[in-house]
Design a binder for this molecule. Structure first.
Ligand SMILES: [Fe+2]
Length: 262
């Protein structure tokens, strides 16, 4: 059995180790609770049982624990850019299941495989093969919820936190690398390892729409006008970028409408 209230209290206690007034920590805390809320929304839309709904919320609560642990492990940062060097999902399952941190949040071990697989796969380009039906369901929920909340993060967080600089002129004048643009226009997820400019990274965030598992996820984004708000946040000044963004925006909106029509 899952006691989600107990798990949430344990998470609050866990956060006492961190300075939640630090911008980067705060970003991750708010994001975690955002993913919990969206997971619950998706579970409802999918008509899941109470047990699966609570499990989805628990996975959401713990999905980024690797990032919190990472800052303690010595390199002292929660920065997204570090993703190239450090897989926070692998680290997350390590601390949860090798170091047994999971038992602080949940006594019952019968959900361990599902939680393990969902967290491990939450940030990968593709979900690994061979998952059970339940593992796959929860992996898909946390992946969608994580990506959806990232649209909120990208609209609200400071450029300093997102890009490591608040030089708006610099950010707005950047290019989008040809390979990144091509992947976007082919409705593909963008591999963060191929990012060269901060607008490549920005394009990659918006490309998350191409990997949504559930129509309910796209519906949520459309209702919040999340994609256009993201495109609009930066006032692009590079003529080549302006052209690319125009085409990307059109394609993105059409993609969502097409999928919701079905
Ligand atoms: Fe996340």
């Amino acid at each position: 059995m899952i006691d989600i209230v107990k798990a949430e209290n344990a998470f609050k206690k866990y956060l006492e180790n961190y300075d939640v007034n630090d911008g980067r920590v705060k970003l991750k805390v708010v994001h975690t609770y955002g993913v919990v809320e969206i997971s619950e929304y998706l579970a409802k839309k999918l008509n899941l049982s109470k047990e699966d709904t609570e499990l989805a919320k628990l996975i959401a609560l713990l999905h980024d624990i690797g990032r919190f642990e990472q800052s303690k492990a010595g390199n002292g940062t929660l920065d997204i850019a570090d993703e190239k060097l450090f897989d926070h999902a692998e680290y997350g399952v390590k601390v949860l299941f090798e170091d047994n941190l999971i038992r602080n949040f949940l006594e019952d071990s019968s959900y361990d495989n599902i939680i393990y697989k969902a967290i491990l796969n939450h940030n990968k380009i593709q979900i690994e093969d061979g998952l059970t039906e339940k593992e796959l369901l929860h992996t898909k929920i946390v992946r969608d919820a994580d990506k959806i909340d990232n649209f909120r993060v990208k609209q609200t967080e400071s450029f300093k936190v997102l890009f490591g600089t608040d030089d708006i002129d610099y950010i707005s004048s950047q290019n989008i690398t040809e390979k990144i643009y091509k992947d976007f226009m082919n409705e593909k997820l963008i591999n963060i390892r191929e990012n060269k400019t901060c607008l490549d990274r920005w394009s990659g965030y918006i490309a998350f729409i191409f990997d949504m598992n559930f129509d309910a996820s796209l519906k949520y984004l459309k209702e919040h006008d999340a994609v256009n708000k993201c495109f609009d946040r930066i006032k692009y000044t590079n003529p080549d970028t302006i052209e690319k963004i125009k085409k990307m925006r059109l394609l993105a909106n059409n993609y969502i409408d097409k999928r919701l029509e079905k």
